[in-house]
Design a protein around this ligand. Structure first.
Ligand code: BG6
Length: 506
């Protein structure tokens, strides 16, 4: 297949490039400060924002954790995390010393309200000392069972009663099913308003996903052709080579359906299917996404088996290494029926997408790491021999999010030398090597108070509503659990799902 490469920087968000940034001083109070996410993602992202002058002039960062640590030991922990995980090529000692001066630490049992008074004192003393008005950002990087306690104790202790603004960042999972998600939200809205709650889905922080919102980007993809008149089907894939890793305790109760599908994949679906006007703002995006998810055709429990494929990885080979099957993984029961792969067919019954199937798949221990959105345009090639032999393809737009970021157009062109029609790929790739990490973009937005790339409660609730019959059908064993070899592209049943409609996975 012929290839043409064109470079364009898709990664600078226009709103950021044009904006005269003035971030208000604030206290950033991080619960779970000695945890894995803080170490791998949050500190390196804050450091990167610091390097590019995207932190406010005055910022007090207070780490909160169960362990007792001195400020100095905590700063050393932060420093090590920056050295281990930062994407900065050269770390300047003077810079990192300045960065560490923003940090202090407070040991706390988050379930006990008493300790919060001490935390309040620390926050206030630093606010006075550093001339910070009472703008407080609370980041809960903790296990879900602590979220309610912390939100309540923040208010009880007075930490949440600020004269400035306050924001609460929370991480997934947002509930385990519809009921628990609603319960969690009912507790949270007692303590914080929806506008103050920033729910992170790191897929919404990926710059290529954020590009789906930009009008210019949409235009350059001829997005006006993205509708049922021209599009035959849309495929969204997020597959990975890693297995369950050390997370069996959580994953064996979540499965791919909760871990990836309910959040990341549903968000990709909404971002792809949105139909945006020229002037986009936070409210427009929230409403558009909500409209998409409200138009999703509900699945009845008895229909799940015909539209959703679940599977689990068996042993196999990944990059020439033998790997064990899911049931042999440490911490997984050898009778587990947990899904590590999901493929599904969904329909959006609105005027734009009516009659266009959306196929979604995600899986662990697959042949490759790949996240992409494929828009297949209508063309009746099915009867043609050349199509069967992959010599011609339907026109496609492919948005690759991982492992690289690019947009590709696939069309058929006549090769003047051979006088035969052949597929041609035109790649628009990002020329910037300095693509921001998801957490950098999301944290920066939270500092600014821009919630457009955070998950609104209605999106959480409506996605759980759609998925609830699927969860029940799985629990009641109404859907077969297929097996697939590690290192493969998933079970055959996932291919059959598309073949039934005359399509194949790209
Ligand atoms: C996380 C899931 O949210 O996303 C993980 O819990 C998964 O199981 C990860 O591996 C994938 O993220 P990414 O950015 O590597 O595609």
């Amino acid at each position: 297949m012929n290839e043409v490469m064109i470079s364009k920087d898709f990664n600078v968000r226009e709103s950021d490039a044009n904006e005269k940034l003035r971030l208000e001083p604030l206290s950033f109070i991080l619960f779970g400060a000695t945890g894995d996410l803080a170490k791998r993602k949050i500190f390196p992202a804050l450091f990167q924002l610091f390097l590019v002058n995207r932190l406010p002039q005055s910022i007090s960062i207070i780490g909160v954790g169960r362990k007792k640590l001195s400020d100095y030991s905590f700063q050393t922990h932060v420093k090590n995390s920056v050295y281990d995980y930062s994407r900065a090529s050269n770390i300047d000692e003077i810079k990192i010393t300045e960065f560490l001066s923003y940090f202090s630490y407070q040991g706390l049992d988050v379930t006990e309200c008493d300790g919060y008074n001490l935390l309040l004192e620390t926050v206030q003393t630093r606010e006075e000392h550093m001339g910070i008005p009472e703008n407080r950002l609370f980041y809960l990087s903790v296990s879900p069972e602590y979220v309610q306690d912390i939100a309540r104790n923040l208010n009880k202790s007075g930490l949440g009663s600020t004269k400035g603004w306050r924001r609460l960042i929370i991480e997934k999972p947002f509930g385990h099913n519809l009921k628990t998600a609603q319960e969690l939200n009912n507790h949270l809205v007692h303590e914080f308003t929806e506008e103050e709650i920033y729910r992170i889905d790191h897929y919404l922080g990926k710059s290529m996903v954020q590009n789906l919102e930009s009008y210019d980007f949409a235009n350059s993809l001829s997005r006006e052709l993205w509708n049922s008149k021209y599009v035959s089907n849309v495929q969204i894939t997020a597959i990975e080579t890693v297995g369950v890793e050390e997370r069996a305790g959580y994953y064996d109760h979540a499965g791919a359906i909760r871990d990836m599908f309910q959040n990341h994949l549903m968000q990709l679906l909404m971002m792809t299917a949105m139909n945006l006007p020229d002037n986009v703002n936070e409210d427009v995006i929230i409403n558009e996404k909500r409209g998409i998810i409200e138009s999703l055709r509900p699945l009845q429990k008895f229909e799940v088996a015909n539209n959703v494929i679940r599977a689990q990885y068996g042993p196999g080979q990944i990059f020439n290494n033998m790997v064990i099957g899911y049931k042999e993984e440490a911490g997984v029961s050898n009778t587990s029926k947990n899904d590590t792969f999901i493929a599904a067919r969904l329909w959006i019954d609105n005027s734009t997408w009516s009659g266009v199937p959306f196929y979604i798949r995600t899986g662990k221990r697959m042949k490759e790491k790949s996240t992409k959105i494929v828009i297949n345009f209508k063309e009746d090639l099915n009867g043609l021999e050349k199509f069967k032999e992959n010599m011609i393809i339907p026109h496609q737009v492919i948005i690759t999010i991982n492992p690289e970021e690019k947009v590709s157009f696939k069309i058929n062109m006549k090769n003047p030398l051979t006088n035969t029609t052949e597929p041609l790929t035109i790649d628009f790739s990002s020329k910037s090597e300095n693509v921001p990490e998801a957490y950098e973009l999301l944290l920066f937005d939270a500092l600014k108070g821009d919630a457009r790339f955070f998950v609104h409660w209605k999106e959480v609730e409506l996605t759980w509503k759609w998925i609830q019959p699927v969860l029940e059908a799985f629990e009641e064993n109404l859907v077969p659990l297929h097996l697939y070899d590690s290192g493969s592209m998933g079970p055959e049943a996932a291919d059959s799902l598309l073949e039934e409609d005359g399509f194949k996975w790209i």
